[in-house]
Ligand binder design. Structure first.
Ligand code: 5CA
Ligand code: ZN
Length: 411
């Protein structure tokens, strides 16, 4: 699939760059992220395009954009892959509800997502891959699992038996009761009779009347959700990656299953050296979700004239792992912060730019602490000083590491 255009990223001067530490759900604590061989590999789960990008999605993609920016600043190449779940039950259900063609719906919402990501200056993935275009690859992975004895059939459908996975449970670290509840809530079928284990997940679903399906050695059908991400990641990042990312609602079963399915095919563990999860953004006390209908869309705010840079600052003001509520006050704070920063870099001089750069690098390397990074820039903007190079350096720092352009020409 087409990705979206990349914004320019200014090169920052060298200087101390602390080792990046992030919270790894599997380790249940902070881990050092030290990519090997000069290339950092990251997979971030993409959208299911049946509705527009809401602020929860945006916050999650901004968290991983920040991570990618820190890596780039460390001089690493970043190999970044993202999928689009352009065939799945929720998409078909929405298309059916609205009497719309599911392909047209997915294309329209994916286009809108690209526009939103472009407006927010999110760096695009190197490979942006739809499930439909990866259909053969996904089917091949299921065949490989079957050949490895890591698949069984149930009435024409194909399941992954968790019994073959020595590391099952090591991504989410949840107890069985919690797993079962989440599995049921998030697209799984723990109660289907005939499964070897209630938590076994679908690898391939045989064609259902009236639903789209694809020919494959497994019969005509379509893939399960977890194997989609396992296949797309394995095909482009290799057997392991540095970071697999997504919102915390993907911790189980999605990331647990993607990882054990990949391992069953490759024999390599871990699938990701760190599993990083962003908190959920809610509105009025509830997780923002398409099914709840309590959504604030990026595109709607843009249409209302909200500066995407202000929105970006509003979303980066809280720590990415915190579950949080969206309020108008946050957007207002982002708007005034942006104005203050733009005024501050327009001054002929200010406090030390090098010190500010070091402070932002320090903050972001400590589990992407954007709250502290923003506070450091606030302090710089509020202070006075004689460093004439500072306004330019601060502008570059904010652009390269926080993805916000303070230049009047770029707006
Ligand atoms: N296509 C799958 C992943 S393979 C999917 O979960 N799509 S999604 O459109 O539902 O979500 C896209 C991304 O946004 C996921 O990383 C998800 O965890 C994240 N996300 C969804 N809702 C929220 C929310 N309310 N707050 C923060 N992140 C969210
Ligand atoms: Zn995924």
């Amino acid at each position: 699939m087409q990705s979206w255009p990349a914004p320019a990223v200014p090169q920052l001067p060298s200087g101390e760059r602390p080792v990046l530490r992030v919270f790894d759900s599997s380790a249940q604590g902070l881990v050092d992220v030290v990519p090997q061989g000069g290339t950092a590999r990251m997979y971030v789960c993409g959208i299911t395009p049946y509705d527009a990008t809401h602020l929860g999605h945006a916050a999650t993609y901004l968290a991983f954009d920040t991570l990618g920016r820190v890596w780039r600043d460390q001089g690493l190449e970043v190999l970044f892959v993202q999928n689009v779940t352009d065939i799945d039950d929720p998409l078909l259900e929405r298309a059916e509800r609205d009497g719309e063609d599911w392909v047209a719906l997915a294309e329209r919402e994916t286009d809108l997502f690209r526009e939103d990501m472009t407006a927010l200056r999110v760096l695009p993935p190197d490979h942006y891959v739809g499930a439909v275009e990866a259909m053969d690859e996904i089917a091949r992975l299921v065949v490989r699992l079957r050949e490895a004895g890591a698949a069984y059939e149930l009435d024409g459908d194909v399941y992954f038996p968790i019994a073959v996975a020595p590391h099952f449970g090591e991504v989410s670290r949840l107890d069985r009761a919690t797993m079962t509840a989440l599995f049921r809530e998030r697209g799984g079928d723990p109660d289907r009779p005939g499964k070897k284990d209630p938590l076994d997940a679908l690898l391939w679903q045989a064609a259902r009347p009236g639903e789209p399906s694809w020919e494959s050695p497994l019969g005509t059908g379509r893939p399960g959700w977890h194997v989609e991400c396992a296949a797309i990641a394995l095909g482009r990042l290799g057997e392991t990656m540095d970071v697999q990312g997504g919102g915390s609602d993907l911790l189980f079963p999605h990331h647990e299953h993607s990882a054990i399915e990949a391992e069953a095919a490759t024999g390599v563990w871990p699938f990701a050296r760190a599993y990083v999860h962003a908190g959920m953004v809610g509105l009025d006390g509830e997780k923002m979700s398409k099914s709840r209908g309590n959504l604030v869309f990026v595109s709607r705010l843009r249409a209302e004239g909200v500066d995407p840079a202000a929105l970006r600052l509003a979303l980066l003001a809280d720590h990415y792992r915190a579950d949080r509520e969206w309020t108008q006050a946050q957007l207002d704070a982002g708007t005034s912060r942006l104005a203050a920063w733009r005024a501050a870099v327009a001054r002929p001089a200010g406090p030390s730019g090098q010190a500010l750069l070091a402070a932002v690098r320090r903050a972001l390397s400590a589990d992407l602490d954007t709250t502290a990074a923003l506070a450091a820039v606030d302090a710089w903007a509020a202070g006075a000083g004689t460093d004439t190079a500072a306004p330019g350096l601060v502008r570059d720092t904010v652009d390269a590491l926080l993805g916000v352009s303070l230049s009047s020409t770029d707006r």
